[in-house]
Design a protein around this ligand. Structure first.
Ligand code: ZN
Ligand code: ZN
Length: 614
């Protein structure tokens, strides 16, 4: 059912001309899917683009002019956006060659001299600059507008979340916040930075060794941190900072000055005046909001990803062990689920995508240190599996049967780490074509997972390995192959990744980084296949070391059986067979022990059978 948005659009168009809010009338207003921290997942109060357009997908930008309302989104969401938006809205299919960018569409639609408004807190510096240049070329100007016009008209908008903040003990973090800050200051010194502005919520949480609960699936809290040579300033709603958190800062010997959340801009403006006299620079990521980055003149500003981004991505030995451990417990939960599911189907019980996902969550909840899901479970049957970012709803819910492939992509947050795993299973007899596709996906996952490569090579150089066996026969998949994974933080973590696309801030693969390895294949209207493991970067033993660069490889931490029923052994080499058998031996030994200790006989038997050598 499409949302009725006529009144909302009328009100927005009035506000665009209202001198109470804008100095001169706006010819267009842009509503992004950002929050003030450019987070991937949003709190309810930040779902402005969804409120205005009715479109609930995660990616998309709305542009409203006097006579038109357009929404740009990518191929994952064409169908959903068409269904969710009313006739007032026009879908602009991003990624289609015939679709203009927002900038060129505005240039074509508006008269020279027209003003385009947007909230500078909700657009990253890089995005703002690119659009500003594009508009300027057509004689249009991009103007920052405050307050946010959607907030003005949004009746019943929720207040920002007030989730609690919890300390994370040293046995999980492996390094005190004091030590982390010292290392950050060292990097600042090397760059000549007197001030580091931290706007990404996972970077704040990682630096201070605390976790929050403001955003579903991501254990972060709304805040900013400013690090100087001698101080750490935290901008946060003070009611979130309990005595336990203050004691934790004391224990870690980190003096933190706490300021109100909304004082960050005025604080930074004051700092600019002081710095101008001293010659120090400000380090702020170009992924930060335009509102904050523009506070500093070019001459004072270092616009690069923060040193925290790379430090956080390279897990220390304690974090590595935590990730390894939580993946074993997570695998145990998945074995329990798949064993249970198989029995339900055998007994003729009805299990649907949604009830299955709920059951899986129950099994995860039984695991030690479980804190919640790391994202909304993708539990999809048959044709729904071909929708890459499928979200099951009561309207689309399908029963899991013995006739169709079942794709399950899920993950958990644990105090010691974050998981993300996909398995595709068939509970009846798969077709030869399904088996061929599955086998090719497996071969690619193995080739990437066992690759040896030079230190700091960029992730996109490895992407082809995962696709090779699909490409061999003219098949492919339309998503990246691997993303970084946080340690009890965001399941999608930068700055590196493995994709045919270049990651603009990819520092190259380095020891201790965790990434997913998730090739797939999707036959529209029929089925989806994906196999996803999490792995981390370790040194490789090579016979030679070219120019002492050092060589690296991966170690896989996900230990859930790959369904051998779906493997066509004739397509495998002897090495691939040996790899699969040894992977399954590890699953059986490590996860089997866990299941035995927990008295999970049914799951143990399932695991034993699923890990029989081929
Ligand atoms: Zn996943
Ligand atoms: Zn993933």
């Amino acid at each position: 059912m499409a949302k009725k948005t006529l009144q909302c659009l009328k009100r927005l168009r009035d506000l665009m001309k209202d001198v109470k809010y804008v100095s001169e009338p706006l010819s267009a207003y842009i509503i992004t899917s950002d929050d003030a921290h450019q987070s991937e997942y949003l709190a309810e109060c930040d779902k402005r683009r969804q409120f205005v357009s009715g479109f609930t997908g995660s990616a998309g930008t709305a542009v409203v002019t006097e006579h038109e309302a357009c929404l740009w989104t990518d191929g994952r969401y064409y169908l959903q956006a068409t269904e969710e938006m009313s006739d007032e809205w026009k879908l602009m299919k991003e990624g289609m060659p015939s679709t203009p960018s927002q900038g060129s569409w505005l240039a074509r639609t508006l008269q020279p001299g027209a003003r385009v408004g947007a909230d500078p807190c909700l657009v990253s510096y890089t995005t703002w600059k690119t659009l500003q240049d594009e508009l300027a070329a057509a004689g249009l100007s991009l103007v920052p507008v405050a307050p946010n016009l959607v907030d003005v008209l949004w009746e019943g908008r929720l207040s920002p979340p007030a989730g609690s903040v919890q300390p994370l003990a040293i046995k999980y973090t492996g390094k005190t916040s004091k030590k982390k800050v010292e290392e950050v200051r060292k990097k600042m010194k090397e760059k000549g930075a007197a001030l580091l502005v931290v706007t990404a919520l996972d970077e704040v949480a990682w630096l201070l060794n605390v976790r929050g609960s403001d955003i579903e699936f991501n254990p972060v809290f709304f805040s900013y941190v400013v690090v100087t040579n001698s101080q750490v300033h935290l901008f946060v709603d003070e009611s979130k900072i309990s005595l336990a958190v203050r004691n934790h800062f004391n224990e870690e010997d980190l003096p933190v000055s706490i300021h109100p959340y909304d004082k960050v801009s005025s604080f930074l403006s004051e700092q600019v005046n002081q710095l101008s006299g001293q010659g120090g620079k400000v380090w702020i990521s170009s992924d930060s909001s335009y509102a904050l980055a523009r506070l500093f003149p070019d001459s004072l500003r270092i616009l690069e990803i923060t040193p925290i981004a790379v430090m956080k991505a390279r897990k220390n030995p304690v974090e590595v062990q935590g990730m390894v451990n939580c993946h074993v417990r997570d695998a145990a939960a998945l074995c329990c689920y798949f064993a249970w599911l198989e029995r339900q189907l055998k007994e003729g019980q009805v299990v649907t995508e949604i009830s299955g996902a709920d059951r899986l969550e129950e099994f995860r909840k039984q695991q030690e240190d479980f804190m919640g899901l790391s994202f909304d479970t993708i539990s999809s049957v048959g044709p729904n599996g071909a929708i890459i970012h499928y979200h099951c709803t009561p309207a689309t819910d399908r029963p899991i049967t013995t006739r169709e492939l079942y794709l399950c992509d899920s993950g958990g947050q644990y105090r010691d780490g974050t998981t993300d795993v996909t398995r595709t299973l068939h509970f009846g007899t798969p077709t030869d074509y399904e088996r061929e596709c599955f086998t090719r996906v497996f071969k690619g996952q193995r080739l990437l997972g066992t690759a040896i490569y030079p230190n700091k090579i960029k992730g996109n150089c490895l992407d082809t390995l995962a696709r090779k066996f699909l490409w061999d026969v003219g098949l492919d998949y339309l998503h990246g192959t691997g993303h970084g994974v946080g340690a009890y933080l965001n399941v999608h973590e930068g700055p590196m990744g493995i994709s045919w696309r270049m990651y603009p801030n990819d520092p190259g693969l380095q020891e201790g980084m965790f990434l997913s390895n998730e090739p797939g294949f999707y036959e529209d209207g029929k089925f989806g296949i994906r196999l996803e493991n999490v792995m981390y970067v370790v040194p490789a033993q090579t016979r030679y070391t070219f120019k002492d660069r050092g060589f690296l490889t991966f170690k896989t931490v996900t230990l859930v059986p790959i369904q051998t029923k779906l493997i066509d052994k004739d397509l495998l080499t002897a090495e691939e067979v040996a790899y699969l058998n040894s992977y399954h031996r590890e699953c059986r030994e490590v996860v089997g022990e866990k299941l035995k200790a927990a008295g999970q006989q049914e799951a143990w038997e399932w695991l034993h059978r699923e890990t029989e050598p081929i």
